[in-house]
Design a protein around this ligand. Structure first.
Ligand code: BGC
Length: 740
């Protein structure tokens, strides 16, 4: 049957309020099967006969709306009666409200629109289809405003009025069935403390920084208001702190009906640990009336890690919650301030760790589809996908655009899906070709404005850009992406000769420009023949040279010792930012410095992973110094307390400490490298990973000086074991015990 469903909108401008679209229909015959499919420009909630349908929230999710929007399909067979009302509430969401730093709205569409169709198959074999068109009725709603960044106002005293018949809406985008995971409500958390700040603010602490919203129960006078603000942290003096949200108001306003009310936002979410009851009409705050609900994409949990060091366990907890908080339909940088954007760099940095915690194949399949659609004609991939910055674009930057090569390859390693790799191969290739033609040199990337070693600590206290020259980073990432392209091409059976040659030339060009006398020389971007020799050395530069194979085998010892020396000189602390940090511990442990890697992991003074843990963090902080020793903040502008990027260290914890690494020879852990590196400081470490083949477990523990190992290998997996003593074995399905 032809689908005549039309995009419809309200006949009257309703500003930032949500509207509802209704259609009544009767069916006399017996129904065999009935489904409703729907999508929106905006965010919709579907009700049938007054009941909310489906587990998904914030539907249809966030895609690159200019290119495509998902629709969801609901089985409503059991819900239909003889007289029915289909109703869709639609709020502004990402498509219509303020987005992309919050300076303007209407980036994808200037008003909310709905498209929906009900398909009924009767037991007599006949069919009926009811579709959105001008016969649908549009009503106002009690959601008087809703914005992703600013929050939602719900007034239960507001009368719901008919606005008129729907009008057709000119939405030009492709409708696709849902590709990604559902966004759903997850954990429910109760208050852990109710406090009065020195300023007298009434604050509830949920004990966990998170993404979602607070459900509020209230029974009070009709017209009374509850006004809630959100915050991630308290400031130096213990007061409620919202400056780091920048333009995002994160304000929910609820007007009581006079009866038993249950409030929560329908079309938005917040990132928070604390709420402030800015207005509250009751004397007492009863904890049972407040429940924080965590919200994220529904992915299957696959990994778990624990060890004998409680701080590292808390770090793992924080990494996990960083992922929960930022895997909300797209991989976001942070869930709270006026961003919540699909930053490509953050996504690629963290994707390896992410694929341990959860099965992220479907989650990334959707987002990578958007990355591919938004890839520019010249092959460039921007800093943010979906693109949503009015008036300008995000940068095309090394280590950000490389999401185009890194993530498809990581998904292949974790899940072994060749079809997906094949689908993304053209995107990978176009990205490499883009770099090849960017700037004056074919074999180096000496052009453009990059984000660099973002938020590194080696360029002065308040710098966003690290000290490592960005063209050096760009060129090494060019090498890395070319390597991944070659690997992908080989898997797919393509002749990669041209790129193998390109790889060698890039490597030689990097060495020629950035090395002298067997050591790095970090030429500044604007360096010219005749300028003096640079003296700058950075940890990140050495990390990249080691990890991405810029140096020869014979040079490794020197490079690693330089890196180790710099770390020692800095009080056994890193200075690395977004680019160097993910590989820092690998660069050390792969080159004989596993002890030092552990020392860094366990370092508690900033910059370090455990600094935030020691200062009460429950998620990963954006900056090593987000909140300083004295309780002050490093910056108000770039200071999220829920930024998963530095959580990439989980890849080392699982891959090196527990020793589980997938291999490219037989991906999806069919052949897995099992090379644990025990440490007395951890006492024990246990990693369990539900691979596509079954549950894989690596566990080691100390008894005195002896280390005991226990491994569990599922059917279909071959583990290449190597223990620190040098003992090697190939293990098939079974449980194993070793001692050294
Ligand atoms: C984001 C980062 C992002 C960066 C680009 C920031 O505003 O929060 O995580 O990668 O911009 O450098």
């Amino acid at each position: 049957m032809k689908n005549n469903a039309k995009w419809i909108a309200s006949p009257r401008d309703v500003g930032c309020a949500a509207v509802s679209f209704r259609k009544d229909f009767c069916s006399q015959k017996q129904i065999k099967k009935a489904t409703v499919s729907a999508s929106a420009m905006g965010v919709y909630a579907f009700f049938l006969n007054g009941e909310r349908v489906g587990k998904g929230i914030l539907t249809p999710g966030w895609t690159s709306y200019r290119h495509r929007v998902q629709y969801q399909t609901y089985d409503v067979t059991a819900l239909l009666r003889s007289e029915n009302r289909l109703e869709f509430g639609v709020g502004q969401g990402w498509a219509v409200g303020y987005i992309g730093y919050g300076h303007s709205n209407h980036f994808f569409a200037d008003r909310v629109s709905l498209i929906a169709w009900l398909d009924v198959i009767y037991t007599d074999g006949s069919r009926e289809r009811i579709v959105t068109d001008e016969s649908w009725q549009v009503y106002s709603s009690q959601v008087l405003s809703s914005e992703i960044y600013h929050g939602e106002t719900v007034d239960l005293t507001a009368s719901v009025e008919r606005i008129g018949n729907a009008v057709l809406s000119d939405v030009q985008t492709k409708l696709i069935p849902q590709v990604g995971e559902w966004i759903t409500e997850q954990e429910r958390l109760s208050p852990v403390e109710i406090l009065r700040t020195p300023r007298g603010e009434l604050v509830i602490d949920f004990g966990q920084n998170m993404t979602g919203y607070v459900e509020v129960r209230a029974k009070g006078k009709r017209g009374d208001r509850i006004v809630i603000h959100h915050a991630e942290v308290l400031d130096q003096d213990g007061n409620f702190y919202t400056e780091n949200y920048r333009a995002a108001r994160n304000e929910n306003i609820y007007v009581l009906s006079g009866g038993e009310d249950l409030f929560k936002p329908t079309y938005t979410f917040q990132g928070f640990r604390y709420i402030r009851l800015t207005e509250y009409p009751f004397e007492e705050v009863e904890p049972k009336n407040f429940t924080a609900i965590a919200v994220h994409s529904e992915m299957k949990r696959t990994g778990d890690f624990s060890c004998g060091n409680e701080k590292i366990n808390q770090l793992y907890h924080n990494i996990l919650w960083g992922q929960k908080s930022n895997y909300l339909d797209i991989p976001t940088d942070c869930p709270q301030r006026d961003e919540r954007l699909g930053w490509t760099g953050d996504a690629q940095i963290f994707c390896r760790a992410a694929a341990f915690n959860y099965d992220v194949e479907r989650f990334f399949e959707k987002w990578l589809g958007d990355v591919a659609l938004e890839q520019n004609k010249d092959g460039s991939v921007e800093g943010i996908v979906p693109h949503c910055l009015p008036g300008h674009h995000s940068r095309v930057s090394a280590a950000w655009g490389d999401a185009a090569t890194v993530i498809p390859w990581q998904l292949y390693l974790s899940y072994g899906n060749e079809k997906l790799l094949k689908k993304h191969f053209p995107m990978m290739k176009k990205w490499v070709e883009y770099i090849r033609h960017a700037g004056p040199e074919e074999y180096l990337w000496l052009d453009g404005k990059h984000y660099g070693d973002w938020l590194a600590m080696d360029n002065g206290p308040d710098s966003y850009d690290g000290a490592t020259p960005t063209y050096y980073i760009a060129s090494v990432y060019y090498l890395h992406s070319t390597a991944l392209l070659i690997k992908a091409g080989r898997v797919l059976g393509y002749d990669m000769g041209e790129y193998e040659d390109l790889y060698e030339k890039i490597r030689a060009a990097i060495r020629a420009r950035y090395m002298k006398n067997g050591d790095l020389r970090l030429l500044p971007n604007d360096w010219k023949e005749g300028d003096g020799e640079p003296t700058l050395k950075t940890q990140t530069a050495y990390v990249l040279a080691l990890y991405f194979g810029v140096c020869e085998e014979a040079e490794r010892a020197l490079f690693a010792s330089r890196l180790a020396e710099m770390i020692r000189e800095n009080g056994t602390r890193m200075t690395t930012g977004f680019v160097g940090t993910p590989y820092l511990l690998h660069a050390l442990s792969e080159n004989g410095y596993t002890e030092l890697a552990y020392e860094l992991l366990l370092q508690e003074k900033a910059p370090s992973w455990l600094y935030s843990v020691c200062h009460g963090a429950t998620t990963m902080w954006e900056h090593w110094n987000s909140q300083k020793e004295d309780g002050s903040f490093w910056s108000t502008k770039m200071n999220s307390f829920n930024h998963y990027a530095y959580g990439a260290v989980l890849d080392w914890i699982v891959g090196v400490a527990s020793g589980i690494t997938p291999t490219e020879q037989a991906p999806a852990y069919k052949t897995v490298r099992l090379e644990p590196h025990p440490s007395k400081a951890l006492g024990f470490a246990k990693a369990v990973l539900e691979t596509r083949q079954g549950s894989l477990r690596s566990h080691w523990y100390y008894k005195g000086d002896a280390v005991y190992y226990e491994f569990e290998i599922p059917r279909g997996v071959t583990a290449k074991l190597r223990l620190p003593s040098g003992y090697e074995a190939t293990l098939g399905e079974g449980s194993y015990h070793f001692a050294e």
